[in-house]
Ligand binder design. Sequence first.
Ligand code: ADP
Length: 419
Amino acid sequence: MIKNTLLSEQAIKEFLRPLLFGVADADLAELARAAVVQSLPANTTICHEGERGNAVYAIAEGQVDILKRMDAKNERLLGQRGPGSFFGEMAILQDGTRTATVRTAQPTLLLKIDRESFLNVLNRSPSLAIRLLVPLADRLREADRKAITELRQANQELTHALQQLKQLDQAKGSFIQVAAHELRTPIAALSGYAQMIQNDLTAQESPFLRPLADGILTTTQRLQRIFNDILDVSKIINAKLQIHRNLWSMTVILKRVVETFSTAMAERRLTWQQTGIAALPPYPGDPKLLYKAFYHLVNNAIKYTPDGGVIKVRGQLTTDSQLGAALEITIEDNGIGIAKEDLELIFEKFYHIGEIAFHSSGTTKFKGGGAGLGLTIARGIIESHGGRIWAESHGYDEERCPGSRFIIRLPLSEKARRL
Ligand code: ADP
């Protein structure tokens, strides 16, 4: 405990006089009468953040910490106050709650003046208002300065971290690209050997070797597809995708896609419904790349729609707010759908929703596996044609199957295509 030096009203008045310089004698006397002296040990909480303010405090001796709650466990020290300073006046002036917690940092001698007496004197005494406002303004300015310094520092740290992340991402990207490139050759050789075994008469008649050769071939083909996808993505990221434009009919491109997946769709009893595509004008795009983009979108529609579902493909001419006159193709399924928060993220490379371990290994099986690159490739291709692609869905639900819709818009005007 600290020794009480404020033993009489007169002593309190004399303590307040230099602090509230200019305040009339009668007002000082009233404040002194209303004041209650408190001698507190260290670590005593005087005001709680969020509580209604019902008193103003003046420190005679000792020190208090001003603390702000950051989360359930942590507090942040905003500042300290020592002898001669006031605290707690802000909540009274605003008639609101405490914006910080105040706790004694050491044994402290305080004057506590209740809200009503304080406001009474304040109403009569402009000098008291000025005495209180000046340090308050200083404190606000100081808090402002501190916040700006901290923000600048945090900004610098974030920029630095972002730079490091970009470098790491680049290093990771280059590694994946080199690895995919290097692994393509041995995998092509593996696939060649498997084909040789398949073509061998003895192997064809062997119930042991045939399924082995078939298995190796299917797996290597899958690996080849993944490596090709990785190389496509790295071209997209490095803006090295080359477009060879030619006038092409969308009907022809989509027909090739349907042919690719016809066996899978029959196996999964999926219906393909196409409207408006034949009426679209020929489009000056890269047929190979556009095939790839639609390949991935249709592959996804198949993968994420349960057996017996419907895939609807619609074509129309439209006016896009950014692209102007555009060709619009919508691929819609009645599958498991996509949660609102994932609608944009799914276009990120390697992004999967949920546990990858749950994906089966077949690319056209319900929820079959994939490297998480299909939509990155599709967006890269559409954007390199100057177009836009986005996803819409009423949410993810494997029971109700709200379905997903992917909208592709390709600009028709030459100017927009070059953007
Ligand atoms: P993946 O190889 O995993 O299919 P994609 O880039 O093609 O990678 O898709 C990313 C994720 O977006 C998928 O893992 C899936 O969760 C979700 N997705 C894509 N298309 C659909 C769709 N038609 N219906 C539901 N979810 C989809």
